[in-house]
Write a protein that binds this ligand. Sequence first.
Ligand SMILES: Cc1ncc(COP(=O)(O)O)c(C=O)c1O
Length: 402
Amino acid sequence: MLDPEKIRKDFPIFKRKFKGSALAYLDNAATTQKPCQVMEAMDDYYRNFNANPHRGAYRLVADATERYESARKNIAAFIGARQEEIIFTRNATESLNLVATVVCQQAAPGSSILLTQMEHHSNIVPWQMNAKRHNLRIKYAKIRSYGALCMEDMPQELAIRPAVFSFTHVSNVLGTINDAVKLCRLAHESGALACVDAAQSVPHMKVDVRKIGCDFLAFSGHKMLGPTGIGVLYMRRDLQETLPPFLVGGDMIKEVTFEGATWNSPPYKFEAGTPNVAGAVGLSAAVDYLKKIGMEKIEKHEQELASYCREKLSGIPGIKFYGPKKGAGIVSYNIGKLHAHDVGQFADEDGIAIRTGHHCAQPLMKLMGEPATCRASVYIYNSEEEVHRLAASMKRAQKTLG
Ligand SMILES: Cc1ncc(COP(=O)(O)O)c(C=O)c1O
């Protein structure tokens, strides 16, 4: 296991007391806390290198451009991509909107899009909007009652020969880890493009786009120690050339006349307007921080802590878990008939932050027959001691509210 006490020293927020208690932050699937290294990198950028990259011929522009492009290179290497295959966006949601918009624009009318029943709204709504716009149909691959995709049924699901299959690598509600390699292979065999929502995987495990074999992969900086407002879309090089741009305006053009415009080379073709340079620099520092610890160690720490958490919570009368026993660092549960929000507020009184609600996955929650669940999601700075605090708080909640 990692040494969470040592790691916590890098995170100023843990100095804050909440109702007299140290903060047990167990809502990492929503967003993560930030280490000094990330904040200092952004501060350094603004203090010493700030200018508008790619625009102008003076020294500071060259500095800002260098910082922005070396962040791109570092982030690309982190997921096994080439530098130019990385498109900076605002977050995973914007990355998925980009894919849905440009892919649906080129799909033949009447063709299908395949999603799964366990998607976050960010991997449903952009497809719904664009499907409507371009007269496409959406299908959802079924999941089993314990919260995993029916892998044996996947060839059947893909028999509709969709234009694209977009699926989550790791479910933010259930913690299910989907076999992305196999799903991408099956998608390609059926002639579909494969898009991976990696918002819950890139921060927590080694992800390599070449090994996965995807065409697109989306994630957010803020869920992996980076700042808010920066996200990433990996897009395969040849697709960058053939797909149309998403947002249009400054820097994404080659030439503009009063009559029309031609596009800059990728990835700039997909990055309209002044980019979030400080965000990219901060995310690159976050990547350095994670690499120093090691993604294999991070994954192991989280999986062990999540299964320890399940074990400690399992003695509580009426507790029900959702999702497979062996999954990512996400533990979703309800306690008897208690409403998740009441349970969450009870935990808050003890200085414990867990997520309660539908987790932006209402269709999945409806399928599960639950309006809400409690969700504890762990990261590198969480400890067994915090799991004990959560279990003690949940026991008291059951006794007091039950
Ligand atoms: C699986 C999954 N996809 C997409 C998103 C959207 O991320 P963001 O809000 O950073 O765009 C989330 C956020 O929780 C998520 O868990």
